[in-house]
Write a new protein. Structure first.
Length: 321
C-alpha cells in the first residue's frame, strides 16, 4: 500500500532531467490463448485461474504526472525487482487510483509505476526510473505496482493474474531472474528488510481471499516462464505469405528522436494503414510476438493488429527466436 497521507516513502535526493515517457493509450499484447501453460502450485485461486483459462490483460502505457525523474541506485533503467502493493481502498478501480494519484502526489509524496485491477493494468511512469512508494531504499531499487481491492472471487483471481503478469513482464524486460523474496517481494518484505515503512501489504488483503505471497509467486513464475520461452502462434497466421512469422515473445525498444510519438499501423488485406488515435512514446519498450513483411517493409506486432515498422525500432532487447 502507498499511503494517502504523508509517510516515509520519500524519494532519493537524486533527480534527473525529465524524459519523454509519454505513450498514448495502447498496449502490450496479451499472452496468446495457445501458450502452453505450466500449472501453478496448489491454490484455490490459482486453480480457478487455470481452470477458467483466465488470461492477463494488456499493459496500458499512459503519460503520468510524476516529474521527479531519478534513476535507481545502479543507474537509469536498472531496477533490481518489483514490489507488490495493494491500495487498501475498497471499491477504487485502477482508473480511480490513476486519477487520484495524478493530482495528489505533490501533497501525499507518494507515487507508483502501475495500478492493476481485474480489468486493467495501467502503467503511469517509466519503469526506467524510480518512484515514491516504499521508503528511500526500496524506491532506489524497485519497480512498484499497486493491486486494487475488488469484491468477488472472480475479480480477485483476474486482478492477481494481472499483477503477476506485470511483475513477470518487468523481470523479463530488464533481464532479471525470478527470485521470490528478492526480485519480486511484498511491501511487507520491504518494511521488514529496510525498516523505513511499517506497511504489511498485500499480506492481509491476500489472506482475506485465502491467498498468500507464496501462491502469488507460483503465478508470477508461470507467466515468467511463458514470457521467457513459450511458443505462441497468435491466430494461426504463422508461416504464410508476405513473411508472416510466429515465434517466442520478444521485446523491442522504439527509437528516441525528435518526435514525441512513434506511429502504429494496422494490417488490412495485406496493406498497412497508419493508426491515428494511438501511438508509442519514443524510447519505450514493448512486447512483440510476430513479424510481417508488407511491400518490402518489415513490421513487428506489439498488440492485436497493431504493428510498428522496423525503421522505428531502436533496439531489440529480447529477440524473436
Amino acid at each position: 500500500m502507498v499511503s494517502k497521507k504523508l509517510i516515509t516513502s520519500l524519494a532519493t535526493s537524486a533527480t534527473l532531467a525529465s524524459v519523454g515517457f509519454a505513450t498514448v493509450g495502447q498496449v502490450v499484447p496479451q499472452l496468446s490463448s495457445q501458450v502452453q501453460t505450466t500449472q501453478a502450485a496448489t491454490s484455490a485461486i490459482n486453480d480457478y485461474i487455470n481452470n477458467n483459462n483466465i488470461k492477463p490483460v494488456s499493459i496500458q502505457y499512459r503519460a503520468g504526472t510524476f516529474n521527479k525523474m531519478f534513476g535507481y541506485e545502479n543507474g537509469v533503467g536498472k531496477p533490481e525487482g518489483v514490489v507488490i502493493h495493494e491500495t487498501a481502498t475498497p471499491g477504487a478501480t485502477a482508473e480511480n487510483e490513476v486519477s487520484y494519484f495524478s493530482w495528489s502526489w505533490p501533497t501525499t509524496q507518494t507515487y507508483v509505476h502501475a495500478f492493476v485491477d481485474d480489468k486493467e493494468i495501467i502503467n503511469i511512469h517509466s519503469a526506467d526510473y524510480g518512484v515514491w512508494g516504499a521508503g528511500q531504499t526500496a524506491n532506489s531499487k524497485y519497480i512498484q505496482v499497486e493491486l486494487c481491492r475488488v469484491n468477488t472471487t472472480d475479480q480477485f483471481a483476474r486482478s492477481v493474474a494481472n499483477q503477476a503478469y506485470y511483475a513477470a513482464f518487468r523481470l523479463v524486460q530488464y533481464g532479471l531472474p525470478f527470485t521470490p523474496g528478492k526480485t519480486v517481494l511484498s511491501h511487507n518484505d520491504v518494511s521488514r528488510m529496510y525498516k523505513e515503512t511499517n506497511h504489511t501489504d498485500p499480506v492481509g488483503y491476500f489472506a482475506q481471499w485465502g491467498y498468500s505471497m507464496d501462491q502469488f509467486y507460483d503465478l508470477v513464475g508461470k507467466y515468467y516462464n511463458q514470457l521467457k520461452g513459450s511458443n505462441t502462434n497468435n491466430g494461426g497466421n504463422a508461416n504464410t505469405n508476405n513473411g508472416n512469422q510466429a515465434s517466442n515473445i520478444g521485446i523491442l525498444r522504439v527509437k528516441d528522436g525528435s518526435k514525441e510519438y512513434i506511429s502504429l499501423y494496422s494490417l488490412n488485406n495485406d496493406t498497412m494503414s497508419r493508426i491515428t488515435n494511438r501511438a508509442l512514446g519514443t524510447g519505450t519498450d514493448w512486447q512483440m510476438d510476430q513479424t510481417k513483411v508488407v511491400n518490402g517493409t518489415k513490421y513487428y506486432r506489439v498488440a492485436t493488429n497493431e504493428w510498428v515498422p522496423e525503421s522505428s525500432v531502436g533496439q531489440i532487447i529480447k529477440p524473436l527466436a
